[in-house]
Write a protein that binds this ligand. Structure first.
Ligand code: ADP
Ligand code: XUL
Length: 515
């Protein structure tokens, strides 16, 4: 038996899976929902909803409290952590945590009779963490791009144009708005490297998968890019942890977890990566050929790529593939967020988005198009929050549901053209992927079968697989055990659907251009 633990700190929850990599069994899984389980932090969806001007921040102490709660709950539930040989994890991408230079020392002396949040709160030089939903750094993006010779240069170096939610522009905004606190900051971690450091009991590296989501890493060199770092903020070079390959070991687990939760002192820690790179691994898509659509809080479309091809329109990103090489990613912020808002506005259940709800309307919906953006959108770039299409209310709910789903995935289809990949099959994951109606619309719009995997949470599973990979296990063997499609759940495109959407896509692009 060879046990590994995968953790995933996502927007709304912290999850864990315990994998037996010999038998391919998932021995335990559990999750702490920030809103339901930690209501004292007042962040029902995992972030502060009162942020103004596009600011979206989370409380990093809530994340720490969640880690103690999750491991404590699993231990009480009978999980024996003593056999775990390695731990790794996945973090929501781009979010950053700002800490004083005392952080490393504090980590080395954590007292297991107390908790993480109370012992580490004094190390924060910024009380909140900007997360991926933050779109408040337009000015900083422009400044960084101008300083290095334009967005083409930023994109060629880092794999993305300067992007509002990316960590570099966020760091610049902090350095400008609170120079004293920035000066006090000794180290800036991503969500992934923050958690990885806590597990290892010392500051650890940022991996190439998540590091590429900062506008600071040079994709070709897989190291910090001096021009980008200097253009972002003074003295930033000294505040960044090193970059390292995703399979790097970071030493034995901190004694805090040994004493408190019963881990073995020889349990190895592997550095963490971003949730999308981890999901690429969990979906068995580490080698080029599979296209994955993740339907979490945001919707993302990603695939492994042999060469780091960049998006000429500036919407797509290139990240490091934790298995080596690169991956592409396109993010649509108003994914589940918009579906949920429509569901709430019309007082619907998710069944209205299921096949039976959709059967009340026709493919293509007679050309009705709606694409609501409740939050400023990433793809296409729109900085207006609020439901832009007020006519939502003037159509029957069933037509609105179909129009929104069809347009969300037509939007995805148009914006993924640059990848030059003609998918033969699409693999879906994330909270909304269980919904057969949504899966059916994806199959119809892309004209290919849609599959799901037989595992809960691909990012969490991917984190566990990465832990085993870091210990030298072969990734393709792990994929054959953990990334298997769910039998009997393949959704084929409906007859005639391809023709309907091939015809509709031109009108859709015009519709988008009019907004
Ligand atoms: P994240 O990893 O970003 O925290 P998840 O992958 O857990 O998010 O997905 C959560 C989202 O899934 C919720 O915001 C919810 O809107 C959506 N969701 C959950 N169940 C369904 C369902 N049956 N149909 C459609 N969407 C769903
Ligand atoms: C990707 C992105 C989101 C976050 C949230 O660029 O911003 O998918 O990783 O999970």
């Amino acid at each position: 038996m060879s046990l590994v633990l995968g953790l995933d700190s996502s927007t709304q929850s912290l999850s864990a899976v315990l994998l037996d990599t010999e038998s391919g069994a998932i021995l335990a899984d559990d999750s702490v929902n920030f809103g339901n389980d930690l209501p004292q932090f007042g962040q029902p969806h995992g972030y502060d909803e009162s942020g103004a001007r596009g600011e979206v921040h989370s409380n990093p102490l809530m994340w720490l409290e969640a880690l103690d709660l999750l491991l404590g709950r699993m231990k009480e539930g009978g999980v024996d952590f003593s056999e775990v040989t390695a731990v790794s994890g996945s973090g929501q991408q781009h979010g950053s945590v700002y800490l004083g230079s005392c952080f490393g020392e504090k980590l080395a002396q954590l007292d297991p009779s107390s908790n993480l949040a109370s012992q580490l709160s004094g190390c924060l030089t910024r009380q909140s963490s900007p997360i991926w939903m933050d779109s408040s750094t337009g000015a900083e993006c422009a400044e960084i791009a101008a300083a290095v010779g334009g967005n083409e240069v930023v994109c060629a170096k880092s794999g993305s144009v300067a992007v509002e939610r990316f960590t570099g522009p966020q760091i610049r905004k902090f350095a400008k708005s609170d120079p004293a606190a920035y000066a006090e900051t000794g180290i800036i971690h991503l969500v992934s490297s923050f958690f990885a450091s806590i597990m290892a009991g010392k500051n650890v590296a940022i991996d190439h998968g998540d590091g590429a989501g900062m506008n600071l890493m040079n994709l070709a060199a897989k190291d910090w890019d001096a021009d980008l770092v200097n253009a972002t903020a003074d003295g930033l070079g000294e505040k960044l942890p090193p970059c390292a390959p995703s399979a790097s070991k970071s030493g034995a687990i901190s004694s805090y977890f040994v004493t408190k939760y019963g881990f073995s002192p020889t349990c190895e820690t592997i550095i963490w990566s971003g949730d999308n790179p981890c999901s690429l691994i969990g979906m068995g898509a580490a080698s080029p050929g599979k296209v994955v659509i993740s339907l979490g809080t945001s919707d993302t479309l990603f695939a492994a790529m042999p060469e780091p091809r960049t998006d000429p329109n500036g919407f797509g990103h290139v990240f490091g593939n934790p298995a080596g090489g690169y991956m592409s990613l396109i993010c649509f912020k108003n994914g589940s967020l918009a579906r949920e808002a429509v569901k709430n506005q019309f007082k619907l259940e998710w069944s209205a988005f299921e096949k039976e709800g959709l059967s009340k309307t026709l493919l293509g919906n007679g050309g009705l198009m709606m694409l609501p953006f409740y939050e400023p959108e990433i793809t296409p770039a729109l900085d207006t929050g609020g439901p832009i299409f007020s006519e939502l209310g003037t159509h029957p709910a069933e037509q609105v549901v179909r129009a929104v789903l069809e347009c969300q995935f037509l939007n995805m289809r148009t914006h993924s053209d640059w990848l030059g990949v003609d998918p033969e099959r699409i693999f879906i994951t994330g909270g909304a992927s269980e919904n057969d109606g949504i899966a059916q619309v994806i199959a119809n719009v892309f004209g290919v079968p849609v599959e799901r995997l037989d595992v809960p949470g691909s990012a969490t599973i991917g984190a566990g697989m990465r832990a085993a990979h870091g210990m030298g296990e072969d990734l393709s063997g792990l994929e054959s055990k953990f990334s298997r499609p769910k039998e009997g759940r393949t959704i084929e495109p409906e007859a005639g659907a391809k023709e309907v959407y091939d015809e509709m896509i031109g009108d859709f692009v015009e519709f988008l251009n009019r907004q």
